[in-house]
Design a protein around this ligand. Structure first.
Ligand code: 8ID
Ligand code: ZN
Ligand code: ZN
Length: 349
């Protein structure tokens, strides 16, 4: 009942576009599962991969996608704790060695042998995708597979980054890029974790979305005359937020964040604009004791915790569903910064 051929969106050359075509269905190796992907979120990372934005080459031809939610339909003989029929998620970290010092300490995203879905191995923009069983997300049966898909990268990543920020309940976090895919999730996770949110993005539609998701203040970077002043003014004592999550696909806010972060606060870099650099004044960083760090997806435990928030009904993010065949149109909207929340593709059309 597993077909030998399937529909997929394939990047055939760096720069794209994606080509909707039939390709063979692969068989899982002994430690792998085959997931019948029902829905996949579209992350900005998938666009970076197609455009060749980063200093790490992708495989080619490439099937992108790393927010794939579906049903396990086949498994290798070594797979003991995932069953056929289980709901499972293909995430960015497709597999890791499980033996290096990072894997041993549950820092598996840092594994030097990591396999990346939709980047170094084929991902979820196909109907049947392969993943290492140890790393697939265990999706509870009560979760709708379309709504849960964006949790598999966006949700895990922002949840982890909020933990990395060290922000405590009642404190303020500024979310830069708050109207996008990661940003919308970040507002909801921050609220669920007891934090107070300042959303920063561009345009009225994103502003309304940020507010409805739980941001107390929205700062519009396209119309604000002084972003630093506006962000600081959004905290009761005017001294700025305790944490900043940088999710934007633009270098500018990476240069601004140290100006409005509170003293002893933490700036967390998550977005990956092409060729971007961080810049911060040494003097301020020292005398205001500012921390600047990166955060990269999450480990298996973070994954299950992020899913648990979703299962308990605390994470509701706007998404639009279109056919997998329409992926290139989604990329066009994404390139223009026009997407509020997430797009999810339905692999059946
Ligand atoms: O593990 C990681 N670190 C990780 C995981 C997943 C994704 C990192 N990412 C990276 C992606 O590769 C991408 O670079 O996070 C970035 C954001 O991904 P996304 O949320 O999927 O992208 P999006 O939906 O296009 O949202 C980006 C938002 O940034 C806003 C845009 O308006 C959009 O809403 N934005 C921009 I562009 N410039 C801005 C600015 N100056 C800005 N918002 C505020 N100020
Ligand atoms: Zn992603
Ligand atoms: Zn490892």
């Amino acid at each position: 009942e597993i077909p030998s051929e399937q529909w997929a969106q394939v990047v055939e050359k760096s720069g794209g576009p994606v080509v909707y075509k039939k390709i063979p269905v692969k068989k899982p190796s002994p430690d792998e599962v085959l997931i019948n992907v029902k829905y996949s979120g579209v992350c900005h990372t998938d666009l970076h991969a197609m455009m060749g934005d980063w200093p790490l080459p992708t495989k080619l031809p490439l099937v992108g996608g790393h927010e794939g939610a579906g049903v396990v339909v086949a498994k290798g003989e070594l797979v003991k704790d995932v069953e056929i029929g289980d709901h499972a998620g293909l995430k960015w970290l497709n597999g890791s060695c499980l033996a290096c010092s990072f894997c041993m300490q549950a820092d598996e995203p840092l594994c030097p042998h990591a396999l990346l879905s939709g980047y170094t191995v084929d991902g979820s923009f196909q109907q049947y995708a392969i993943a290492k069983a140890a790393h697939v997300a265990r999706i509870p049966k009560e979760c709708d597979l379309d709504a849960v898909a964006p949790v598999l990268c966006a949700g895990i990543t922002v949840y982890k980054s909020l933990k990395e920020s060290g922000a405590r309940p009642g404190q303020h976090v500024a979310i830069v890029g708050a109207g996008g895919g990661l940003g919308s999730m970040a507002i909801q996770y921050a609220r669920a974790m007891g934090l107070r949110v300042i959303g920063i993005d561009g345009g009225e539609e994103k502003g309304q979305s940020c507010k409805s998701l739980g941001a107390e203040v929205y700062v519009d970077f396209t119309s604000s005359a002084d972003i630093v002043r506006d962000v600081k003014a959004a905290t009761p004592d005017g001294l700025g937020p305790h944490a900043v999550l940088l999710l934007a696909v633009s270098e500018k806010p990476f240069q601004q964040a140290t100006e409005y972060i509170r003293s002893r606060g933490t700036v967390v870099c998550i977005g990956l604009p092409a060729g971007a650099y961080l810049k911060a004044p040494v003097f301020d960083t020292v005398v205001r004791m500012i921390s600047i760090k990166g955060s990269y997806v999450g480990n298996r435990q973070d994954t299950q915790e992020a899913l648990d928030f979703f299962k308990r009904g605390m994470i509701k993010v706007p998404y639009k569903t279109v056919g997998l065949s329409e992926l290139q149109d989604v990329y066009k909207l994404m390139q223009k910064g026009k997407i509020v929340g997430r797009y999810v593709v339905d692999t059946s059309r």
